[in-house]
Write a protein that binds this ligand. Structure first.
Ligand code: ZN
Length: 270
């Protein structure tokens, strides 16, 4: 297809040049290449390289805006059929995943995953909370309780009153709708403990992650009720495999990255 198209374009160029040479009036000749170009593309037409590459680790785009007007930024890398979403943080006072979020783009590309995986990284789902060092967003709402899960709790003000009442949760939902990931990984931290937790069809991936890192697997229901959480909505209600990585609060982020890097890339690879 490429060869035929290239040949057609070359032929069109020759015709156009010939038109210019002959009498200085290019109009009749110019009509023909335009018609050739308008021929409908075959279904096997390759994706233009500009869209397929996705190898610029600095190509962050804004996918939402926080209550206080801070951008929520995402980066998409690779072009493989497996879609994965990594969220660098959602509770503002849990910033242990920041270093991992910064290192992941280059590590993903260096690991050669770009042909099999399309990885989208959401830098931080709660930049206002991050700036203030608070769990919730600037309205005091826990973004990770504001998703439209069946178990949403309307009676707790800190959960936002109604599903998706906050711009941050709306942006995360829109990104999940757009990416349609097979796996979502979310970075959190926990005081005095460290573990991974999963929702949806992620038991196997959680157990592999556990074996590689030493982080034990805990069931969601065993440690805290999580009404309206991302895990409740995306994992349990929508059936997306979701892995929550609870790093020990206060851990050196660089050391944590070194510890989980291999398991994280393996989970992303699938
Ligand atoms: Zn958390």
């Amino acid at each position: 297809m490429l060869t035929r198209r290239a040949a057609a374009m070359a032929a069109a160029l020759v015709v156009a040049l010939a038109g210019c040479h002959s009498n200085g009036s290019a109009e009749p000749a110019a009509t023909e290449p335009a018609a050739t170009e308008a021929t409908p593309s075959s279904p096997v037409e390759p994706v233009p390289p500009a869209q397929a590459a996705n190898d610029d680790v600095n190509a962050w785009r804004q996918v939402g805006t926080s209550v206080q007007g801070r951008p929520l930024r995402a980066l998409t890398l690779g072009h493989g059929p497996r879609k994965v979403l990594f969220i660098g943080g959602i509770h503002g006072d849990e910033d242990e995943g920041t270093y991992t979020t910064a290192q992941l783009p280059a590590a993903f590309l260096a690991d050669g995953l770009a042909d099999t995986v399309t990885l989208t990284i959401l830098e931080d789902a709660n930049p206002d909370g991050r700036a203030a060092g608070s769990r919730g967003n600037a309205d005091g709402v826990d973004v990770n309780r504001n998703f439209p899960a069946k178990n949403f709790d309307t009676g707790t003000a800190a959960y936002g009153g109604s599903p998706l009442s906050q711009p941050e949760s709306r942006a995360v939902k829109a990104l999940i709708d757009e990416v349609n990931p097979a796996l979502v990984l979310v970075s959190h931290s926990w005081s005095g403990d460290e573990f991974i937790n999963f929702d949806g069809p992620a038991r196997e991936i959680a157990e592999r992650f556990s074996a590689a890192t030493g982080l034990k697997v805990k069931n969601s229901s065993s440690f805290a009720p999580t009404p309206g959480s991302l895990g409740s909505w995306a994992g349990r209600d929508r059936g997306i495999a979701l892995l929550t990585i609870e790093i020990l609060k206060g851990t050196d982020p660089q050391r944590e990255w070194e510890r989980i890097k291999t398991a994280l890339l393996a989970a992303i690879a699938g």
